[in-house]
Design a protein around this ligand. Sequence first.
Ligand SMILES: [Zn+2]
Length: 338
Amino acid sequence: MAKESTRGRARDDGSAAAVWKERESLDGKVVDAGVIILRTSGCSHFHKGGCSMCGYNIESAPGIGATDIRKQFEQAYERLRGVPALKVYTSGSFLDECEVPKDVADEILKRCADEHVHLLFESRPEYVTAERLDACLASHEDLEVALGLESANDRVLRYSINKGFAVRDYDNAASVLGAKGIPVRTYVLLKPPFLTEAEAVRDAQATIAHAAKVSAVISLNPVNVQKGTLVERLWRNWAYRPPWLWSVLKVLKESRPEARRLICDPTGGGKERGAHNCGKCDDVILDSIKAFSLSQDVSRLGSPECECHEIWRSIMEIEGFVVGGTPDLQRFFKRQRA
Ligand SMILES: [Zn+2]
């Protein structure tokens, strides 16, 4: 089933924002996984300002409640029948009762238990409590919980992303999940705004190193420019460029040994708004990232000969000096002028 989205059409609160199947590795086997993006009343953090790169709230609306979400799930699940794994996303947190009422969450969990389906959902750390997890596990034991850590640097979380939580909140949630035996999938952001390309690569690598201790899977998510976000405003003003695919390759290659499983599926890859190179070498690299994510074999990561590699290398070396410059460089220029 090709990725299908109702985005852009008149909103129907009773149908999911998107439903598709994708390949996923489950217990060492590559299987079809179903993906359902539910519309909800929206991420609680969005109502407090939201993250600088996240435009998912565009799919949500204040009036969407239990009846709508039930209908969305049933309709979507009907089309995915037979999949051994299911990923259910909202624009925020599956465990936030303001978004997904507890009864509805329980019904979804039970449904997956009845059909022996591995279920992955995402939550902000503040909703991950031992009590709530016990309640989830009582309905379904084959769970995986995704946490969007994005960066293991509190300054990046606060000033670049406006994430609304600190690294220790992620650590706590991951340890509660670990204590319950629930595998953690961690999302790591590549290139939040206000970082140079080189800083972004270093930040993603440090974040993978941090998350690797507690994560069964780490998903590297290169920023894509979503509508209505701060990132989009910067991008329109030529103050932001999504990461180069060379950077994605570098992080995957160098950080692979740290993680149990490291995967990447760049949203909008090869396009202006997604991680991209020059346009000539993008497709080869994107295919290789797909092959790597399923096999975990770094030798599958392609590195085609392309002239844009030199441009990327220069940016990695000098961008910090060009934008603002370091104190040393500023002193140097002052001396030159004097
Ligand atoms: Zn190129």
